[in-house]
Design a protein around this ligand. Structure first.
Ligand code: FAD
Length: 356
């Protein structure tokens, strides 16, 4: 296994979680030597690598009145900073979203907050959310429009990767069978951040069987001639297998059409029949798209979201006298929670007396 000279910290994984964690750590500790090790990097396409397949956007799914909401809030603010200060460079852009739900608010799994009482609209102020009185599709119960961000992941992942060496962090492509290999190769490292996503299901020394895949299928089509000023979302509930969404990657990056959420399905195969269903549902929701037969396909995509029973694992563990900070299991929220999760992971170092 390739290894840099004596890093202070090693980050295993270069998806959105690993790269964001590296940036958070290097910002808080500019003098630290940090190395990223990863089998797959931005630009690679594999069913083992979730981040390139995401839509992606910010539409919080957190209803815990606690840490998950916190991660999403932190990331909303950070995305705002990136969109407003860096222009088109990052692939993050402010685009509102119109969302329709086919169940009552209490059952829709959105806008409720268990910690603070049902019906609490915790991100109303954050996003300028307003309920919609008109335009309800047949069968929908309620809808809202709120501020959000589209993340063109084909721009954002390379941007993250490009920021990493500017702060002195090195990236090495390498596969690890057992997390203890990282300790052996980096004897001076004060901690290893485990950001391997679904890889932690089989990574020896971790083998977290609470992890499971949630399969998603999307397609990227050309931008329609009618400009798209908003994203669309329709679902029985915020987290549901029958979810329809349309994310224009403005400006000019095509439009993502989705999708589905199928738990415990490890298949990376594109289902072409299902792709026709996605087209039909999306055209019914977003008039700008026109007719399904007029859509110009660029590519299909299938990704496995790293879901985890009980939620993402952000936890400090001492393994054979070495510190491991786990940061994986983001499920369908790895972009919208990324900066909050990275902050939480790095905070775990500080709370144990590390310099970062
Ligand atoms: P990954 O991207 O899978 O990265 C894992 C990294 O670890 C890779 O570099 C891999 O090579 C490395 N690795 C793993 N095992 C090893 C090993 N043994 N040795 C070395 N390296 C290893 N999220 C949102 O927030 N908003 C959305 O709108 C959204 N839409 C989505 C739509 C779809 C269709 C899908 C599939 C996902 C969507 N997501 C969305 C979820 C988001 O994409 C994931 O939560 C996120 O990509 C997970 O990132 P990660 O870095 O944890 O994992």
């Amino acid at each position: 296994m390739v290894q840099a000279q004596n890093p202070d910290y090693v980050i295993l994984g270069a998806g959105v979680i690993g790269l964001t964690t590296a940036l958070e750590l290097s910002t808080r500790c500019p003098s630290c030597r940090i190395t990223i090790l990863a089998k797959l990097l931005p630009g690679d396409r594999s069913v083992e690598y979730c981040s390139p397949w995401a839509g992606a956007n910010w539409l919080s799914v957190a209803t815990d009145g606690g840490r998950q909401e916190g991660w999403d809030r932190v990331t909303y603010d950070k995305f705002g900073e990136l969109a407003d200060e860096k222009g088109n460079e990052t692939g993050i852009k402010r685009v509102p979203i119109r969302a329709w739900f086919d169940r009552e608010v209490e059952e829709a799994g959105v806008l409720t907050s268990e910690g603070e009482g049902k019906g609490k609209i915790w991100y109303r102020e954050l996003t300028g959310l307003r309920f919609l009185e008109e335009g309800k599709p047949e069968g929908s119960v309620f809808g809202f429009e709120c501020g959000s961000f589209v993340v063109d992941v084909q721009k954002y992942l390379p941007w993250l990767q490009g920021e990493v060496p500017k702060r002195g962090t090195e990236i090495f492509r390498t596969s690890v069978d057992d997390i203890r290999e990282v300790f052996e190769r980096s004897p001076g490292a004060k901690a290893v951040f485990n950001c391997t996503g679904l890889g932690s299901y089989s990574l020896k020394g971790v083998e977290d069987k609470l992890l499971y895949p949630t399969r998603g299928q999307v397609m990227l089509v050309e931008n329609p001639t009618t400009p798209m000023e908003r994203m669309y979302f329709r679902s029985p509930q915020r987290v549901n297998k029958d979810t329809t969404y349309i994310f224009p990657r403005n400006p000019g990056g095509g439009v993502i059409l989705g999708g589905c959420r199928v738990d415990n399905d490890w298949s990376g195969e594109v289902n072409l029949e299902f792709a026709e269903d996605i087209k039909r549902r999306c055209c019914a929701l977003a008039p700008e798209l026109g007719r399904p037969e007029d859509l110009k396909l660029i590519q299909h995509g299938v990704g496995l979201r790293p879901s985890r029973k009980g939620g993402a694992r952000i936890e400090r563990e001492v393994k054979e006298e070495r510190v491991v900070i786990h940061n994986y299991g983001a499920g369908g929220a790895g972009y919208q929670a990324s900066w909050g999760m990275a902050k939480n992971a790095v905070d775990l170092l500080q709370s144990h007396g590390h310099q970062a």
